[in-house]
Design a protein around this ligand. Structure first.
Ligand code: FES
Ligand SMILES: [Fe+2]
Length: 380
């Protein structure tokens, strides 16, 4: 993020008028509990938000080498993104044209030469062309239709990869980011290397995953013994189309505002900058590393959350590897012991039908922006 913007954002802390605290939005919002629990609504969200538009699948560093690949469940559609010999990407439906077996699993950093089905061994080139059907003895010779893998549109820019799960029509990453590229382009994301990914499933609506990161109001209470001593309970919030961008601040940011001239103020060393990639992604800039979160909804009440850590350079020794492992341990300890278990209990309460609605206050402006955008897009 350019220095001038960092200073402008910090101006909000000192230049706030006295009517409202600096992190507040103009008005609160109420949302029906059914937004988190209703099966018909979930079907609509999946069609419109998760299948009807490009989805974030990961960073370049996850499949930088030819033969590298990323697999993803995008609104229930199995997708594999494969790096081609010329460096381009191909997005394929990750289901064998014979009888539908899944072809690739997990991620691969590079070196895969062929895609081989685990069921009967049909073999595809990395671009999805069927190469052979071993042992079939001409048993498919009368099949006239192409059995190449189905393709989907993929785009890569700023080190980020997006796939449209139901369309082959080309799209622009900038159109997906709605202006967030203005900041995201600065981070050099394409150069980050993938260190580790951890995956957990939770009995919560996918939006409760996003809700966890859209406000810092809960820090003072839920995280009072873990991170509250170090972090402010307000966020700097802006939005790019539906995507909130929120910045959490360490408390010691205030000291430099008092002691340094304005032109020497810096935001990034004191902050956690979060770019939401609605509906399924969250990219967090942490100064010395990047965290990438992805949420995969299964139904209205359950989802899988993956957390990946990317470093500026490959870890070459045990000390560095231990450092990154510790980072992920701490992160998943706070979210996995404090945030998401609570969200599972929230989900259970909302599903009980005893609560008609939830309330988002002016102290939670990014939360309000997010839900207003989602509700608008699905016509709720
Ligand atoms: S399902 Fe893939 S080879 Fe039969
Ligand atoms: Fe939290």
């Amino acid at each position: 993020m350019r220095v001038s913007r960092q200073i402008e954002l910090l101006d909000r802390l000192v230049g706030a008028d006295t009517e409202l605290p600096w992190g507040f939005g103009p008005q609160s919002m109420r949302n029906p509990a059914a937004a988190y629990t209703d099966a018909d609504r979930f079907t609509r969200e999946r069609e419109i938000l998760f299948r009807g538009r490009p989805q974030f699948v990961g960073l370049t560093g996850e499949c930088a080498e030819p033969g590298g690949y990323i697999t993803a469940d995008l609104g229930g559609i199995p997708i594999a993104v494969v790096r081609q010999p010329d460096g381009s990407l191909r997005a394929l439906v990750n289901a064998c044209r014979h009888r539908g077996a899944p072809l690739l699993g997990g991620n691969g950093k590079g070196g895969m030469r062929r895609i081989v089905c685990p069921y009967h061994g049909w073999t595809y080139d990395n671009d999805g062309r069927l190469l052979n059907r071993p042992g079939s003895a001409g048993g498919f010779d009368d099949v006239a239709a192409s059995c190449d893998l189905h393709r989907r549109a993929v785009a890569e820019k700023y080190g980020m990869i997006f796939v449209h799960p139901t369309s082959e029509a080309p799209f622009e990453v900038d159109t997906v980011l709605c202006g967030a590229e203005d900041e995201l382009a600065d981070y050099g994301l394409a150069d980050y290397v993938h260190v580790e990914t951890r995956v957990n499933s939770w009995k919560m609506n996918w939006k409760l995953f996003l809700d966890t990161f859209t406000e810092a109001y809960h820090i003072r209470w839920l995280h009072r013994t873990s991170i509250a001593p170090y972090f402010m309970c307000d966020l700097i919030f802006d939005a790019y189309g539906p995507h909130p961008r929120t910045i959490g601040l360490r408390k010691d940011v205030v000291e430099q505002l008092k002691t340094k001239p304005r032109e020497e103020w810096r935001l990034l060393p004191f902050s956690t900058t979060q770019y939401f990639l609605v509906p399924n992604g969250l990219l967090v800039y942490q100064l010395d590393h990047i965290e990438v979160w992805k949420v995969t909804p299964h139904d209205a009440g359950s989802c899988t959350v993956s957390t990946s850590l990317f470093a500026p350079e490959p870890p070459t020794d045990d000390k560095t590897r231990a450092h990154w492992k510790r980072n992920l341990d701490i992160l998943l300890d706070v979210t996995g012991r404090e945030d998401f278990p609570l969200q599972e209990r929230v989900q259970a309460n909302l599903a009980s039908g005893a609560l008609p609605e939830v309330v988002y206050g002016r102290i939670e402006p990014a939360l309000i922006h997010l839900h207003a955008a989602i509700n608008r897009e699905i016509g709720a």
